[in-house]
Write a protein that binds this ligand. Structure first.
Ligand code: GRF
Length: 192
């Protein structure tokens, strides 16, 4: 089986990016992260990319006339790198039809809740404030609807504590494992 070529899109910290890169470099994923796409030129994830020797495309959306314009540039880069799978990991922008049609069925996203509960950017805080007793993580294919698209995997765990930082650490640790396992599942099932 050929090694799969992955691109990761991220806007901030990049702990999921690093987890996937390390899994590839350590042989846990039969893949290679060939490109990081980042819409925030100051984001910490860019430092991680440099450290691991991963090529990065950092851009400022304000330098473009429209989303379609910068996405066409991104699609050209993905094509150039022969990317098999795009992994969104804390990429804080909706994709337009330019990306969605060019890479249909090959874009996945990780979300820190059990979808369809707690969609959007503040999922962990909202679940905590709501007082749920079961938390979890979802990985799904990306479609036009926010946090919509077919669910590929979900994992849940009980938490009844009151320490938000501890909860957040638990969710992120689960995310890293689930992202690696889910990419492996897609490869094993020849879905990418
Ligand atoms: C993660 O919680 C992910 O589920 C969400 O954004 C966060 C990104 O974290 N979409 P990191 O940048 O990978 O550390």
């Amino acid at each position: 089986m050929a090694t799969k070529r992955l691109a990761v899109f991220a806007s901030g910290n990049g702990s999921n990016f690093e987890a996937v890169v390390r899994a590839c470099q350590g042989g846990r994923i039969r893949g290679e992260v060939v490109l990081l796409v980042c819409d925030k030129p100051q984001a910490y994830v860019l430092r991680r990319a440099k450290e691991y020797g991963i090529e990065a495309f950092a851009f400022n959306p304000k330098d473009y006339a429209s989303k379609g314009e910068y996405e066409r540039e991104i699609v050209a880069l993905l094509d150039l790198h022969k990317v098999d799978l795009v992994c969104l990991a804390g990429y804080m922008r909706l994709l337009s039809s330019v990306m969605l049609t060019s890479y249909e069925g090959r874009i996945i996203n990780i979300h820190p809740s059990l979808l369809p509960a707690f969609k959007g950017a503040r999922a962990i805080e909202q679940a905590f404030e709501y007082g749920v007793k079961i938390y979890g993580v979802t990985i799904h294919f990306v479609e036009e609807a926010v946090d919509g698209g077919e669910i590929i995997s979900q994992q849940a765990f009980p938490y009844e504590g009151s320490d938000f930082d501890e909860l957040e650490r638990m969710i992120h640790a689960l995310e890293h494992e689930l992202y690696i396992n889910t990419i492996n599942k897609l490869i094993a099932e020849s879905r990418i």
